[in-house]
Write a new protein. Structure first.
Length: 335
């Protein structure tokens, strides 16, 4: 699989306790899903078999987060506070892409990865040479924004953003996303600062990125916020309450088989969690002692089976209640 070669290279500097998000967007239902994965999971062939099926049969687009995330207090979300560093300067050309892509490469050098997402649309990823953990994310975002404005790239410069994975179909138009270039070229942060100075572009990395006044950017931000999965609204207090109840159920059942505990927990809270598979997964990741570490393709299957089991449980229970009444009804009429 070519995608595995790309992922192996892309994740080679991903540390043990760092994660990247694989995200999917169904073009028909507009359903957006995201799952965090460690280096081992990301390099699993099973994940991409699952994603290729979704991509080809369910009009689902596939994305990957640019930068890594970490867990805080045993939780993780695709938000800036769960990040320690930025790995890439990113340019995204959606209009007049070929011309602007060539200009960027001519003036700022060749990117580490060059991805073509449609006929005239390109993504350029410039990888940092050293770990940027000791540099403020806001400072790097400021530099990112200035460079994007200079090249008239899309004004999406937050560190949590995602990009299209190569070798998957763009279901907007059927175009197979291509990896046009992949190399070992890396850049120091100073390289980009010198580039801005050379172009006489004012910069001040001591300030946060200024707010974008363009109404289109505001609408993009609103869409991104809507796309964030629902569990972001669950407070830490509520998560701790779920964890307390989960442990009570576990102790009451006196078992090490967490699947039986999951069944009871989901049965109790499925309505409160809107039967949302992703939401239930995120809660289980927090409350379970083993953090519910599973591969991407196992998440949906596991929870969906539990929901099916619960549905079967209620149907069976209702049938057992109805059967004596029916028996009594027919007995009366027969007699």
């Amino acid at each position: 699989m070519k995608i595995l070669e790309f992922i192996k290279d892309f994740t080679k500097n991903l540390n043990k306790n760092e994660y990247l998000y694989i995200c999917t967007l169904n073009r028909e239902t507009k359903e957006f899903k995201q799952y965090y994965n460690d280096k081992n999971n990301l390099n699993s062939k099973k994940i991409y078999n699952f994603l290729y099926f979704k991509n080809n049969n369910e009009k689902t687009d596939v994305y990957l987060s640019l930068n890594p995330f970490i867990k805080l207090n045993n939780t993780i979300f695709r938000q800036k506070k769960y990040q320690k560093r930025i790995d890439y300067i990113f340019l995204d050309f959606d209009h007049d892409g070929l011309k602007r892509k060539n200009r960027a490469i001519e003036e700022m050098g060749k990117p580490t990865y060059l991805i073509q997402t449609s006929k005239d649309k390109f993504q350029l990823l410039y990888k940092f040479k050293y770990n940027t953990q000791n540099i403020s994310i806001n400072d790097i975002e400021s530099i990112q924004k200035i460079i994007q404005e200079y090249f008239n790239s899309d004004n999406v410069f937050d560190s949590t953003r995602i990009f299209r994975l190569p070798y998957f179909k763009n279901n907007k138009n059927g175009f197979i996303t291509k990896l046009l270039e992949s190399n070992n070229t890396t850049y120091e942060l100073k390289y980009f600062l010198d580039f801005l100075d050379k172009k006489n572009i004012k910069r001040d990395i001591s300030k946060n990125p200024p707010k974008v006044e363009d109404k289109r950017e505001e609408r993009k931000k609103e869409r991104r916020e809507k796309e964030e999965i629902k569990n972001f609204s669950i407070s830490n207090k509520k998560l701790e309450e779920y964890k307390r109840i989960y442990n009570i159920i576990k102790n009451k059942k006196n078992t090490d088989d967490l699947s039986t505990v999951d069944f009871t927990f989901i049965k109790r809270y499925k309505e409160e969690l809107n039967c949302d598979i992703e939401l239930i997964c995120e809660v289980l990741q927090f409350v379970r002692p083993d953090n519910f570490e599973k591969h991407l393709h196992e998440y949906e299957y596991y929870i969906s089976r539990k929901l099916e089991d619960i549905e079967y449980y209620w149907n069976t229970k209702n049938n057992l209640l109805v059967f004596p009444l029916l028996f009594q009804f027919y007995s009366i009429h027969i007699l």
